[in-house]
Write a protein that binds this ligand. Structure first.
Ligand SMILES: *[C@@H]1O[C@H](CO)[C@@H](O)[C@H](O)[C@H]1NC(C)=O
Ligand SMILES: *[C@@H]1O[C@H](CO)[C@@H](O)[C@H](O)[C@H]1NC(C)=O
Ligand SMILES: *[C@@H]1O[C@H](CO)[C@@H](O)[C@H](O)[C@H]1NC(C)=O
Length: 324
């Protein structure tokens, strides 16, 4: 009975051969998905095994398998200049691809051939490469005093641990980096307005810049006078109110000191009377008043009297001299 149950010896031998050989042929990649930054260099780490009695003939990489031909990437004009085989002909099949672009988003496989016709292998599944750029995410507008968080976004999670760098108007920012890919601006100041971009430490690629607009209430409100502040009755003097504000102040009120209600509106004002005048500039974030300026109006009659007096005096002196 036991004799009948035992399989023929050659069959056992074949099964053993099969087991050993399929375990011996293998390619393993340390990352099956790689997310890389545009224009950076990507290293695809790879090792391979094969039966010890086989001898390696060719080692090369291919991309997305089409048909039965497996063109060697190092002969592809799109890759030739950028591809560097760092591996060997024993067990290391690591490769490096530099200056990656969106066009390189493919599956990559390591292939090797040996001294026997059917002793060929493709390491499947291969390595999926995704290439990302960086984008700054930021609110378009923020009001002075608020907190704002800018995020440097990539379309996939970068495989290499990366340190983010921030720039404002192309100048690197050293302070206030928040978590990994965020920049926290606490209590925003006017000086924080500008064009923000981000990058990765040690990489050449820089994101497109995004403008951050910081709005604030009027500051440095002042009155300027066109011409002279001393005028003759009947003439007028034009006062102009200016301020530093974002958005620009559009509401202006004019006041005369010791008078509670406004005497005018608009960016310019015609003063007809003597007095001390000031303006108040306002935008949606607040208002501020200027210092006062003095306007002096001289009466015409007074001038006439003075002139008359001088003439009369002169005439009197001349008359007296003649009589004498
Ligand atoms: C394979 O070669 C690369 C480049 O020389 C090296 O960095 C890597 O450590 C090697 N990998 C193994 C598993 O030996
Ligand atoms: C790509 O990187 C190289 C250096 O590695 C640099 O000279 C080149 O300016 C970069 N190109 C872009 C578009 O960033
Ligand atoms: C900032 O935003 C304000 C309000 O929308 C706008 O009036 C102003 O022109 C903007 N400034 C800049 C520099 O974009």
């Amino acid at each position: 009975m036991s004799v009948r149950m035992a399989p023929p010896l050659p069959l056992i031998f074949l099964i053993m051969i099969h087991r050993v050989s399929s375990a011996d042929w293998a390619v393993s990649y340390s990352h099956s998905h790689i997310c890389a930054l545009k224009n950076s260099s990507v290293t695809m780490s790879c090792t391979y095994t094969y039966p010890t009695e086989r001898q390696i003939m060719r080692v090369f990489w291919i991309k997305t398998v089409v048909g039965v031909e497996y063109p060697d990437l190092s002969e592809d004009p799109e890759y030739r200049q950028r591809l560097q085989y760092l591996g060997d002909k024993q067990q290391n099949c690591t490769i490096r691809l530099s200056h990656v672009t969106q066009k390189d988003e493919q599956m990559y496989y390591f292939r090797f051939t040996t001294d026997v016709t059917d002793g060929k292998w493709i390491g499947q599944p291969g390595v999926t490469l995704t290439v990302t750029d960086l984008q700054v995410e930021s609110p378009e507008r923020v009001t002075e005093g608020d907190s704002v968080r800018l995020t440097c976004k990539s379309s996939c999670t970068l495989t290499d641990r990366a340190t983010f760098i921030w720039y404002r108007n192309s100048q690197p920012l050293t302070e206030r980096r928040d978590t990994n890919n965020q920049l926290l601006l606490q209590s925003v100041r006017r000086e924080d307005a500008g064009r923000y971009s981000c990058a990765l430490h040690g990489h050449t690629y820089i994101s497109p810049a995004v403008h951050l607009n910081v709005t604030y209430p009027p500051r440095n409100v002042s009155v300027s006078i066109t011409g002279s502040a001393e005028i003759v009755e009947g003439d007028s003097v034009t006062l102009i109110c200016s301020s530093d504000s974002n958005p620009p102040a559009l509401n202006f009120s004019w006041f005369k000191e010791n008078q509670s209600s406004a005497v005018g509106s608009g960016q310019s004002f015609s003063a007809l009377q003597s007095g001390r005048f000031y303006c108040e500039a306002q935008n949606e974030h607040g208002s501020q008043r200027s210092d006062a300026v003095t306007v002096t109006v001289k009466g015409r009659l007074l001038i006439l009297y003075v002139s008359f007096g001088v003439v009369c005096g002169a005439a009197a002196i001349i008359t007296m001299l003649l009589i004498w």
